[in-house]
Design a protein around this ligand. Structure first.
Ligand code: CTP
Ligand SMILES: C[C@](O)(CO)[C@H](O)COP(=O)(O)O
Length: 231
């Protein structure tokens, strides 16, 4: 006898609740135009192109929700989105996004709104890993040599022992919700650190060098160039 396994519902929490202090721009960095479209719209589109049925929760600073609505009108951006208010830290913004999802069963991707160059196959592999192992965290090898600081000195380390962590970070929804039901710690630099703190194993998935996080002004030039060949 064969049983058809029902596909797990998929969610993406796109966090764009930050203020972009390192970008030092007048416009919140997630709204800066890249090739004529706000960064955040490029990011959202990639998730819908990955799966048109995915539920997207977009986390925005409370003060920027009306600006976002105006941008959507201006750019005829009509993808269905569930808007959630951001928190003071990325951890709080993710927590707000998770609280918005009432269901317990499913898979969830957490993705930085300012990583607009995320490819469909990477999202797919991260979700697949989360379905099988509970987590799928996108990462790349370091292209640079690495050194560890020792007081005023430094010492070379074997870079093959390290990975540079990106997003999306995909998880079993129920496990991630429980993991976020904790006090925020300074060591929580991403979602994998929260999941690991709750006692779960982290499974890494190959990311991409073009999947940059737009953080400082030169990243805009790189992202704009990469977007010209991105499809
Ligand atoms: N309170 C916060 C802080 C950050 N983020 C989001 O987390 C992602 C990665 O953060 P980062 O690049 O550090 O963005 P900012 O916090 O905006 O930048 P900065 O640290 O320079 O102020 C961004 O999409 C950002 O909007 C968020 O949703 N809520
Ligand atoms: C989540 C993240 O993008 C993984 O690389 C990163 O940790 C966010 O860091 P930031 O401190 O918000 O720049």
């Amino acid at each position: 006898m064969f049983f058809l396994m029902e596909a797990l519902p998929k969610y993406a929490i796109i966090v764009a609740g930050g203020s972009g202090t390192r970008m030092n721009s007048e416009v919140p960095k997630q709204f800066i135009l890249l090739n004529g479209l706000p960064i955040l719209m490029h990011t959202v589109k990639n998730f819908f192109f990955y799966d048109s049925k995915i539920t997207i929760i977009l986390v925005l600073p409370s003060s920027q929700i009306s600006a976002w609505n105006h941008l959507c009108q201006e750019h005829h951006f009509n993808f269905p989105l569930e808007i959630v208010h951001g928190g003071n830290t990325r951890f709080q913004s993710v927590k707000n996004g998770l609280a918005h999802i009432k269901e317990e069963r499913g898979l969830v991707a957490i993705h930085d709104g300012v990583r607009p160059l995320i490819r469909k196959n990477i999202i797919q592999n991260a979700f697949k890993s989360a379905e099988i192992y509970g987590s799928g965290i996108v990462a790349v090898n370091s292209k640079d040599s690495l050194r560890v600081l020792k007081g005023n000195e430094s010492e070379a380390v074997d870079r093959s022992l390290y990975k540079c962590i990106q997003t999306p970070q995909c998880f079993d929804l129920n496990l991630l919700k429980k993991a976020f039901d904790t006090e925020e710690l300074p060591t929580f630099t991403d979602d994998a650190t929260v999941f690991e703190h709750a006692g779960h194993k982290i499974s890494l998935v190959e990311g991409g060098y073009e999947n940059i996080k737009i953080t400082t002004p030169e990243d805009l030039i790189i992202a704009e160039a990469l977007l010209k060949n991105f499809c």
